[in-house]
Design a protein around this ligand. Sequence first.
Ligand code: A2P
Length: 335
Amino acid sequence: MKKYNIAIVGATGMVGQKFLQVLEERQLPAENYILFASARSAGKKVTFMNREYTVEELNESCFDGRDIHIALFSAGGEVSRKYAPIAAARGIVVIDNSSAWRMNPDVPLIVPEVNPQDIEKHKGIISNPNCSTIQAVVALKPLYDRYGIKRIVYSTYQAVSGAGMRGYSDLERGIQGQAPEKFPYPIFGNCLPHIDDFLENGYTKEEVKMIDETKKILGDPTLRITATTVRVPVFHGHSESINVELKEDFDLAELKRVLAEAPGIALVDDPAGNRYPMPIEAQDKDEVFVGRIRRDESVDSGVNLWVVADNIRKGAATNTVQIAELLISNWENDK
Ligand code: A2P
């Protein structure tokens, strides 16, 4: 098998650091890794795969003459908007973790368990969905295929790590009685129904991302979806209440089997034993945990799910690395 050169843009960040951990665990067929961050981190030493790497400054010429095959980006939307096209123009396939390119019709938005076939359509940039969307669609895809879906109501309980290092440190600061620096209000002892900016219609951008990205990934613009996204004082792991109205009626035991057998899902659903998914148990895992599965008696074919995943792993780094694995495996099969 050919060996590939892989760049990481934003290697010093919350997700960038997790990229390194996940890459080390999964052992991709890589020849070399190149780590980029801002000028602030240039020259910093990072030990990775028993080798010392020096972080390089991201700039307009940093990809020139480097024979890089894949670049994993997680340095925010602005960096992706500017540098992903520069990398793509050098023949590098960018897998971007920001929201910058997700809704572009030329950019596939991929969750490998859900829509791996869409990757073929890429033109140099592939997007990794929003963390809250990834775990939701892993749980919804088997139900969509088996019963059809009419309507979805998302309510999320999202960890501070989703807001990067500064979000994480705001919860630590709050615990010590210090004022927040990233969030507009204290997050310790609080809940903020405010993730990303507010839009004219009263929704936040995070809510609109969940709605639009779900439709794109499931390939169904007719889905009716609404969302309320909330930041909660949890360090790791997003939780979601998902209310789903199915097109066909269902047998609850069979629906649970459909979920249990689907790729990427771990069922934790034993109310009698007080067992249900929780962020503390999802931390450092790659599965999407699904539980509290029960009929919504207020509609004809409704079901409620409680869905939890590690937002920095399956919600970001793991999914991005899985996309890279899918890309490499397609390249190898095309040979
Ligand atoms: P740096 O550490 O040098 O600031 P997080 O979301 O956890 O805050 O991480 C953001 C990541 O994006 C970091 O690796 C950060 O690097 C990187 N980054 C931020 N702005 C830039 C930029 N203008 N150019 C390159 N990397 C950037």
